[in-house]
Design a protein around this ligand. Sequence first.
Ligand SMILES: Nc1ncnc2c1ncn2[C@@H]1O[C@H](COP(=O)(O)OP(=O)(O)OP(=O)(O)O)[C@@H](O)[C@H]1O
Length: 265
Amino acid sequence: MITATDISVGYGGKLVIESAGLQAGPGEVVGLIGPNGSGKSTLLRTLYAALKPTAGLVLVDERPVTELRGNELARRIAVVAQETPTELPVSVAEMVLLGRAPHRKALAAMSREDHRAVASALARVGARHLADRRYSTLSGGEKQRVLVARTLAQQAEHLLLDEPTNHLDIRYQHELLRMVGELGTTTVVVLHDLNLAARYCSKLVLLANGGIIAAGTPHQVLAPELLLQVYGIHAQPVLVDGILQLVFSLADEPELQHSGSPVPG
Ligand SMILES: Nc1ncnc2c1ncn2[C@@H]1O[C@H](COP(=O)(O)OP(=O)(O)OP(=O)(O)O)[C@@H](O)[C@H]1O
């Protein structure tokens, strides 16, 4: 369980978010949504203590996250942050093995269990064939899968994911989020795609204008009038197999100009 209460946080004395709170119960997948720059990553980074809030408290299973250190923090929380560039000459298998650190003795040789965990994590994201490749040579989507595999190998009870579907092709976007839902971990995930959020999150938190504008089920939060207000876009709700999905159109759609079409008149 992750509980954030009355969080105010920002950079260089300037607050990005004021008095925000959220709760992710055991096994729940909570989606953080909102326009660019609304503070989704900032709030997520506060949840794993990469950022210190100027006010408020983050509890992980009722313990302040700031009290968790080293291996204990890593056993409890796994993170896929945005763009973690590395030019280190490490293989994909070694990259995923880093996720095993909280379960291994320092400098210990790779155990059979480590081998199994790495292979199984790579297989789950469809990247087993990449195991011997150098991580820095992978494509964006391949890297993203490997970073997700690393968090799986970590076997943490809580997952914090910042746009994990970034770079993934459409099938893997769905596969990844379905898999996250099946892990049974407590998850907070930043998503831009509101249809993915509606399909795979049990609860959504909508950030805008320095705070939380709405929180609740996808049906409650993805209300067309709210989306028009926050994103400036029309959203037409449709039900697909009983799941809310949205069809978007611009609020003030200008007439489309096609360069190749004949000029009227
Ligand atoms: N390290 C930083 N120093 C100063 N300002 C920052 C820093 N990181 C983010 N910001 C600012 O904080 C605000 C919120 O950024 P954040 O990355 O949390 O937004 P976001 O909702 O995740 O955005 P996006 O959807 O574009 O990824 C933005 O105005 C951004 O410019």
